[in-house]
Design a protein around this ligand. Structure first.
Ligand SMILES: Nc1ncnc2c1ncn2[C@@H]1O[C@H](COP(=O)(O)OP(=O)(O)OP(=O)(O)O)[C@@H](O)[C@H]1O
Ligand SMILES: [Mg+2]
Length: 451
């Protein structure tokens, strides 16, 4: 089970929420206990005072008037009684009333403690002691003649820790925190998303523009480091490309020379073999140069209908006498490099014709990508070869011996073109034999600004 939210924003909000709620609850708790303490202390003092004054008044009145006086000094909440008998209970009283007992003793210092009582009112018919704080409080003092005066007061009040007001204020605060934090954190994590998008884009296109070095220091540092890395990789790739291009180019001259010289080889068989090898070498050098050139001069991006583009590739190949069938009704507008895409499709369809006798091409799409499907009825490619065929110059053993005449660059060129469009190319052996090549192209490639 996932406990933490997935995003940095989510986690930051969670941490803020927990700490703010904890501090809020703590302050509510502290405030509440303090308030309860003050309220009880004040009520205890008032009760003790009332007992003192009632005792004084009743003590000096004749017994016949004592009931009336007790009634007269009663208030709505606190009632005063005068009784001849001692009130129930004679112990020190419940612990919760200790501080009340103390206050009464302090106000009536000349009365002996055994002549003072505090207790909770016993509900009639109930044997059990009422629980603390629920029953009314009785405070009694003995008069000089042995009768008792008792003051009854309501309990100090049972204030729940979280009143509904506190619950509402906590909830409103939590919601406000979520709203504010969500906006702020999204803003703060934006550079992180830009970095992720930039890294993804760089993986597809080494010529991708540098990341803006803005925002807080850590972000600027990360962007700077990323740009530096991108620059070094680009330079490294460029150097290698230049070197390969120079080598391939320089090889052409000796190959041409060798071809001329081979013409003078006396043995007919040997001459043919040498010329064939030299032709192969020339073709390899030629396609290597073409391959390297692809990466160097990037074609401008245009919006074209990929379906029409595939159709035109198929048509051209059909015209050249190749068995290619294209079937699609989809319209597929895409912002892409059309000439490069055309080369990628040509390479894949050419393979289907060369190794699978005929190509069936179709198109499909879902909400966020197009798919070009090329299938044939040839031998397919074994699973452990499927990864390798994308490597430059790799050809499956059986193709090397056959007279299909390729250099093994077709699929690697196609793959790098498709990847530079943010897509993928995958191979699959069909259940009824033959290879199915799936080329997926996302309708939109994420940009740094959209992050
Ligand atoms: N449709 C297919 N059916 C069977 N094998 C295939 C198919 N497509 C490619 N292959 C195998 O994958 C290898 C690599 O293909 P790739 O297109 O990269 O090179 P190539 O066709 O040999 O040469 P090039 O395309 O440069 O002329 C091929 O040599 C072939 O063995
Ligand atoms: Mg090929």
């Amino acid at each position: 089970m996932r406990v933490l939210p997935d995003t940095v924003a989510g986690r930051t909000i969670l941490v803020m929420l927990i700490s703010l709620l904890a501090s809020h609850l703590l302050s509510v708790f502290v405030y509440h206990t303090d308030m309860v303490r003050r309220v009880s202390s004040t009520s205890e003092h008032a009760l003790a005072e009332r007992l003192l004054s009632a005792k004084g008044l009743i003590e000096i009145a004749p017994p016949a008037q004592r009931d009336a006086i007790a009634h007269a000094v009663s208030s709505r909440d606190e009632t005063v009684h005068w009784m001849v008998d001692a009130p129930l209970g004679n112990g020190p009283g419940p612990e919760a009333l200790d501080s009340l007992a103390g206050q009464i003793r302090a106000l009536l210092p000349e009365t002996s403690p055994s002549d003072l009582r505090v207790a909770y009112e016993q509900a009639p018919g109930l044997d059990a002691r009422p629980s603390e704080g629920s029953g009314r409080i009785l405070a009694s003092a003995k008069l000089k003649d042995g009768s008792w005066v008792t003051v009854t007061a309501p309990p100090y009040g049972d204030h729940g820790l979280l009143s509904s007001e506190a619950a509402i204020s906590t909830t409103i605060m939590a919601l406000a925190i979520i709203a504010v934090a969500a906006a702020m954190v999204r803003f703060l994590t934006r550079p992180l998303r830009s970095l992720a998008v930039a890294a993804e884009r760089f993986g597809r296109d080494v010529m991708a523009p540098a990341l803006a070095e803005a925002g807080p220091r850590e972000t600027r540092m990360a962007a700077k480091a990323f740009n530096g890395m991108q620059e070094r990789i680009r330079k490294l790739l460029n150097d290698r490309t230049q070197m390969l291009a120079a080598m391939s180019h320089d090889l052409r001259t000796p190959i041409t020379r060798l071809k001329l010289e081979a013409e003078f080889v006396g043995d007919e068989d040997q001459r043919k073999r040498m010329l064939r090898d030299l032709d192969d070498m020339e073709a390899m050098v030629g396609s290597t140069l073409a391959f390297l050139k692809d990466g160097v001069d990037a074609e401008p991006v245009k919006v074209v209908d990929v379906s029409t583009l595939v159709a035109s590739v198929c048509e051209q190949m059909e015209d050249a006498g190749m068995p290619v069938v294209y079937h699609s009704t989809t319209s597929a507008p895409l912002s892409c490099r059309p000439m490069s895409l055309k080369r990628a499709f040509t390479n894949v369809i050419d393979n289907a014709v060369k190794y699978g006798a005929a190509a069936h091409v179709s198109m499909a799409q879902d909400s966020d990508q197009y798919a070009v499907l090329v299938s044939d009825n040839g031998p397919g490619i074994s699973l452990d070869e499927q990864e390798k065929v994308f490597a430059p110059f790799y050809r499956v053993e059986s193709s090397r011996s056959r007279e299909t005449g390729g250099t093994g660059l077709g699929l690697s060129v196609a793959q790098s073109i498709i990847r530079s469009h943010g897509g993928e190319i995958s191979l699959e052996n069909k259940a009824d034999g033959g290879l199915l090549v799936k080329i997926s192209l996302p309708k939109t490639v994420p940009t740094v600004d959209a992050a």
